[in-house]
Write a protein that binds this ligand. Structure first.
Ligand SMILES: NC(=O)C1=CN([C@@H]2O[C@H](COP(=O)(O)OP(=O)(O)OC[C@H]3O[C@@H](n4cnc5c(N)ncnc54)[C@H](OP(=O)(O)O)[C@@H]3O)[C@@H](O)[C@H]2O)[C@H](O)CC1
Ligand SMILES: [K+]
Length: 468
């Protein structure tokens, strides 16, 4: 159901992949040549004849910069190079030696500026916060240039976490050329919002040979109904209601709009449109129907004893379960180990911290750890939503429109995931990834101040894209 997306590698995984290429006969110098050639190609295309300033650091990121400078000058472009420090690796020293032009001191380069700024100061080897004067200099150059291009990652970002190790200045690049593969800094905030357009430059890594357990979510492949399909095989979703009727109504509507064949809303409300939602009063045996493919509990549930009782009933069923909103406040994640059926949790940052604490590590690492601890699929929501499975796999959703930050969109997400989960053969990680993708894609299509109801109504258009 989910087509594997672009892999996202940590610095250690990149070094290991590089090591395997070297063991197979390549040299660091060759890899640097490929990286430099890829960068030169992009810079040549984007600079359109403008003069270029390349800032080089002491490691192999700087080495890539020297190679790109040589190749761009060879193509007749006006290139200036400035260095923060002398090269400290053999490959970077060789690349520096093959650059025939002058190397300006760092501070002079800043003063002169340039139309196109290429940041090759630090890449995956950044190991600590930047010296404030260095940070300020890089951060001054990027906005003053017509075009700012980062080699591998903007030099003030922790590649593994996306954390800003520069000053407090917000310095967005226009383009980031990720070498060999995406890194967490390209998809996790605040890093993701500093990278601009991210393009992966091929440096010869064999896709089959690099870890694919963490990837950017790609377009899912969701099956269309067939002539033999009936409402229960499309998926029956039960939404457990509570005192906030609107929230559970939204989740129910969204489950239909994401393709469910039957939606049961367990609430005390009187019938009202849309009449397709089957409303039934809550009772302890309301979830006994074996045809139910997924239960959504949490939107509008409340946090009182009655809500707790409903959550307990839902947890005790053998149905796949989406636990969202209020139910996350009532949940002891340790209890989920006893469940045989799949469980999906959809916390935002505050709910995540309340459930799992403020652990160290990137959002990906924290989501993976929480998934393992709770034996549930985690949808760790935010501008950089991470979906993690207890088996270690994780997907990071490409950035969605900030217009999603409006009441009710979480309820719509819970319903969409419920619909995916209820369909036959949809494993929970794939269902959660597909549901979040549909939700973000529908929001991107609207891309204006929409109501959560309208977001639910837009889901079929996103679904059409996933039908291939
Ligand atoms: N992995 C690959 O497949 C390839 C990667 N390439 C490029 O190489 C870089 C990674 O290169 P590396 O040399 O490991 O690291 P960096 O260039 O990012 O920088 C390391 C040097 O910078 C020093 N450092 C680190 N943090 C700071 C800081 N805050 N202030 C000052 N100096 C810092 C570090 O010093 P240490 O004291 O920490 O050792 C190093 O001297 C990758 O991003 C790609 O661009 C290859 O070109 C191709 C294959
Ligand atoms: K860089």
């Amino acid at each position: 159901m989910i087509v594997p997306g672009d892999p996202i590698l940590t610095a250690a995984q990149m070094r290991a992949a590089e090591g395997r290429l070297i063991a197979a006969g390549s040299s660091v110098g060759e890899l640097m040549e490929r990286a430099g050639a890829g960068i030169a190609e992009w810079v040549h295309r984007l600079a359109a004849g403008s003069d270029v300033l390349i800032l080089c650091g002491p490691g192999n990121n700087g080495g890539d910069g020297y190679v790109a400078a040589r190749l761009l000058a060879g193509r007749g472009m006006a290139v200036r190079v400035a260095a923060l420090a002398e090269p400290r690796t053999d490959a970077a020293a060789q690349a520096r030696a093959r650059w025939n032009g002058p190397v300006e001191p760092f501070s002079d380069a800043i003063a002169a500026g340039s139309a196109v700024f290429v940041d090759a100061v630090f890449g995956t080897g950044l190991s600590r916060p930047l010296d404030p004067t260095v940070a300020r200099k890089i951060e001054a150059l990027a906005p003053s240039a017509r075009l700012a291009i980062a080699v591998d990652v903007p030099s003030f970002l922790n590649s593994d976490t996306g954390e800003n190790l520069g000053s407090d200045a917000v310095t967005p690049f226009d383009v980031t050329l990720a070498l060999g593969a995406l890194k967490p800094a390209h998809v996790l905030h605040p890093g993701a919002s500093r990278c601009g357009a991210v393009r992966v430059v091929d440096i010869g890594l064999d896709r089959a040979d690099i870890p694919a357990s963490v990837a950017r979510t790609s377009t899912p492949s969701i099956a269309k109904p067939q002539p033999s399909t009936h409402k229960y095989s499309r998926g029956m979703v039960a939404v457990v209601g509570g005192p906030m009727h609107g929230a559970s109504e939204l989740a129910a509507l969204s489950a239909y709009r994401a393709g469910a064949g039957y939606v049961l809303l367990l609430t005390g409300g009187l019938p009202h449109p849309p009449h397709a939602i089957v409303r039934q009063r809550w009772s302890a045996d309301a979830l006994a129907d074996e045809r139910i493919g997924a239960v959504v509990v949490g939107p509008g549930l409340g946090r009182d004893d009655r809500a707790r009782e409903k959550l307990d009933v839902a947890l005790a069923t053998a149905h796949p379960l989406v636990i969202d909103g209020d139910a996350l406040h009532l949940l002891d994640p340790g209890r989920l180990h006893a469940r045989q059926a799949p469980t999906v949790l959809t916390p935002h940052a505050g709910e995540f911290a309340a459930l799992f604490g403020e652990e160290e590590g990137s959002k990906i690492v924290r989501a993976q750890a929480a998934a393992r601890r709770s034996n549930a699929v985690l949808v760790f929501k935010g501008a950089d939503t991470v979906i993690a499975s207890p088996d270690g796999r994780a997907n990071v959703l490409p950035a969605a429109t900030p217009w999603l930050s409006v009441a009710g969109t979480g309820d719509v997400l819970a319903g969409a995931i419920g619909a995916m989960l209820a369909q036959a053969n949809h494993a929970p990680f794939e269902a959660a990834s597909a549901g979040t993708w549909l939700h973000a894609t529908a929001a991107n299509m609207l891309n204006r101040c929409f109501l959560a109801d309208e977001l639910a109504d837009a889901l079929p258009y996103a679904l059409e894209r996933a039908h291939g």
